[in-house]
Design a protein around this ligand. Structure first.
Ligand SMILES: Nc1nc2c(ncn2[C@@H]2O[C@H](COP(=O)(O)OP(=O)(O)O)[C@@H](O)[C@H]2O)c(=O)[nH]1
Ligand SMILES: [Mg+2]
Length: 306
């Protein structure tokens, strides 16, 4: 098989040479042909220079985030006519000698996308994994399971293998990360996805950036996942109307009870309630309205793409 390797990098100068050599050797040992090693890079260190000296194709990530860089790198890798594309982190956390297990389901024609899971078996993570990261992964896995109905146990291992068709048909909205959205996209397009246990070594140098911050994930990735799910918060708009009507009803009752006597009206708690109901109602209404507009725009864009 012709195999392309795509490696996203951001300041991985300390490890990139070993990773490139390792993956080339690994593929050659398995009797496959390396079509190209593509690094998709957002570094400020020597990563690009080192990768070029190792014969890698360097794609510039443009500083828009791992998701965008990876999308670009994956699409560029198609130019080298691979049968299979392997993506692998550039920090040495994944083990190259697992490659044959990742390629096996594709060779046997049992899967189109093979994902690595660090939690499918006990003891795969070789260092103390932070609770914050575990929590983030727990939530992301639940979202992925809900959206794909697949029994996934991890949202992003550092190694995966996919048929070139999976990349050729890949469409992405997110720029912050690619890991979850690519799974959803492949599932939507009917590709067979399988997950295998995969070891996760400690980072050899530098710091992890991807799940380091849950708020960043909520800000950038959650909207993408909601959009990809096709779900929409439909109830806000009618709920707003309900609150506004309730405030009018409340006002009518207060006016009727006090016979329009302003002083008496101000003394009644239910009169104050009118403003609270109205304010909640208007907020929900306009927020729901804005979401409804976005939903219509999305439907239109989807139709234009078609
Ligand atoms: N091109 C590019 N690569 C990135 C970016 N952020 C992370 N990476 C690379 O993506 C891989 C995974 O990132 P890492 O921070 O180790 O994530 P983690 O291991 O999941 O915590 C590493 O090879 C990083 O160098 C980015 O913004 N752009
Ligand atoms: Mg890492």
């Amino acid at each position: 098989m012709r195999i392309c390797i795509v490696i996203p990098t951001k300041n991985e100068g300390a490890t990139i040479a070993t990773v490139i050599d390792g993956v080339r050797d690994g593929i050659a040992r398995l009797g496959h042909e390396v079509a190209a090693v593509v690094i998709t890079d957002d570094s400020k260190d020597q990563t690009r220079r080192i990768a070029k000296s190792k014969g890698a194709v360097v794609v510039i990530g443009e500083g828009k985030g791992l998701g965008y860089a990876m999308w670009k790198g994956l699409k560029v890798s198609l130019k080298y006519n691979p049968d299979v594309i392997v993506s692998m982190d550039g920090d040495g956390q994944s083990k190259v000698d697992e490659l044959s297990r990742f390629l096996e389901p594709i060779i046997k024609d049992e899967a189109d996308l093979v994902l690595g899971s660090r939690f499918k078996e006990k003891g795969l993570v070789k260092y103390k994994y932070r609770l914050k990261n575990r929590t983030g992964i727990f939530i992301l896995v639940r979202i992925l399971r809900y959206l794909t109905k697949l029994p996934l146990t991890d949202s992003h291992g550092g190694l995966r293998a996919m048929r070139a068709e999976v990349v050729a048909e890949l469409e992405m909205i997110g720029t912050h990360t690619y890991v979850q959205e690519t799974i959803i996209d492949a599932h939507e397009k009917g590709f067979r996805i399988t997950e295998i246990p995969s070891i996760w070594e400690v980072r050899q140098s530098g710091k992890s950036r991807v799940v380091a911050s849950i708020p960043v994930y909520i800000f950038y990735t959650l909207p993408v996942l909601i959009l990809r799910s096709g779900q929409h918060i439909k109830s806000l708009y009618p709920l707003g109307i309900f609150f506004i009507l309730s405030s009018f009803l409340d006002l009518t009752i207060v006016c009727a009870v006090t016979h329009f006597n302003l002083q008496e009206m101000f003394d009644k708690k239910s009169f104050h309630m009118v403003f609270i109901l109205l304010s909640i109602g208007l907020n929900l209404f306009f927020f729901g309205f804005a979401l409804e507009l976005i939903n219509r725009v999305k439907q239109r864009v989807d139709r234009l793409n078609f």
